[in-house]
Ligand binder design. Structure first.
Ligand code: SAM
Ligand code: SF4
Length: 339
């Protein structure tokens, strides 16, 4: 494949930030119902509205040619989408000089036992697995439908397949807030990094989010009593700040969208499975890329122009606030844009 011309191809937003990272939610469906993410009785999109895997591949290809170097497939649960490995394979084939640098996935781990090896074969080298606790009863309570041993099997299959594993845990007041010491030790033992995430006000859920919100400054202070956490220079352009856990040598990340502003270094945009591009996780403005993608009168230049026009509208930052009785900052659920 021809090397794109970076001089004209790379995408800069109005604030001079280079857009090099695309997150793609390949499905809004999921086999779990985590309490902070979904209501139990979710209504999912009709299939006709969802892009085919071939369409998603074409759209991702356009982004790669416009300078996107990292793609993360997420969801919903990306690994429950039928045939999704074909998308991993076609995107994986674009990894190389001048094209895609990295293809990753965020998963709940339920399907990993059977899919870890094919993911590695497709070119995936790192995965994020969401796991909020190592206690089976708490895991069931948080995910409503989840089975912890199955997810642990998946995580160890991933490790055995050669995938680097990062565990993501959402910090939930009164639910898993005393689980992190054990998780940090467990991650150290098995060679996994750990990232803790503050809850974000996205989508209607059953409870009140102020009851779930646990500031990570509190968690950091508590963990520092037992672990030596040295600030790390590691940055991803995202909202995480990292520490090295000296006792294990592993990395500990804190994602604090509510208590810190991370927007100035933002390098990413998010695509939903319907072809809607969100330029910011915390804003409503979005661009419909399905129409230009499916429009038979538009050529590839038309699609590129639609993508560039969207990037030109990327806002400076988000407006997340968690306040009692406030409506969600954005009405869509995290499962639409995939976090
Ligand atoms: N199903 C996959 C998973 O759980 O890893 C991928 C999609 S999930 C929406 C991506 C990440 O978003 C997960 O780590 C999940 O814990 C996190 N998440 C979901 N809803 C959230 C919320 N309201 N606040 C903070 N993180 C959230
Ligand atoms: Fe599903 Fe992931 Fe949302 Fe949990 S966080 S309900 S696993 S999409």
């Amino acid at each position: 494949m021809d090397k794109p011309n970076w001089g004209t191809a790379r995408m800069l937003d109005p604030f001079g930030r280079r857009i090099s990272y695309l997150r793609v939610s390949v499905t809004d469906r999921c086999d779990l119902r985590c309490v902070y993410c979904m209501a139990e009785d979710m209504t999912f999109l009709p299939k006709a509205e969802v892009l085919t895997l071939e369409e998603l591949d074409r759209l991702c290809g356009a982004f790669i040619d416009l300078g996107v170097e990292r793609i993360r497939l997420t969801g919903g649960e990306p690994l429950v989408r039928k045939g999704v490995l074909s998308l991993f394979r076609s995107l994986g084939a674009r990894i190389g000089a001048g094209g895609l640098q990295e293809l990753t996935v965020t998963t709940n781990g339920t399907q990993l036992a059977g899919m870890a090896e094919p993911l590695f074969a497709a070119g995936v080298r790192r995965i994020n697995v969401s796991l909020d606790t190592l206690d089976p009863a708490t895991f069931k309570a948080v995910t409503r439908w989840g089975d912890l041993p199955r997810v642990l099997d998946g995580i160890f299959a991933a490790k055995a397949a050669g995938l680097a594993v990062k565990i993501n845990a959402v910090a939930l007041k009164g639910v898993n807030e005393h689980a992190y010491d054990r998780m940090l030790g467990w991650c150290g033992e098995h060679g996994f990094d750990l990232t803790l995430i503050e809850t974000m006000p996205m989508g209607e859920i059953s409870g009140d989010r102020t009851d779930q919100y646990l500031p990570l400054s509190t968690v950091h202070a508590r963990l520092s009593e037992h672990w030596t956490l040295t600030p790390s220079a590691h940055r991803t352009g995202g909202p995480a700040r990292y520490f090295t856990v000296e006792e294990t040598g592993r990395r500990l990340g804190f994602i604090t969208p509510l208590s810190h502003n991370f927007c100035e270094s933002c390098n990413r945009v998010r695509l939903t499975c319907t072809g809607t591009l969100y330029m910011c996780l915390g804003q409503e403005d979005a661009a419909d890329l399905r129409r230009p993608l499916r429009d038979p009168t538009l050529d590839r230049a038309g699609l590129d122009a639609a993508i560039r026009a969207a990037i030109a509208r990327k806002p400076k930052g988000h407006d997340f606030v968690i306040a009692r009785a406030a409506p969600p900052a954005v009405p869509r659920h995290m499962s639409m844009t995939g976090g």
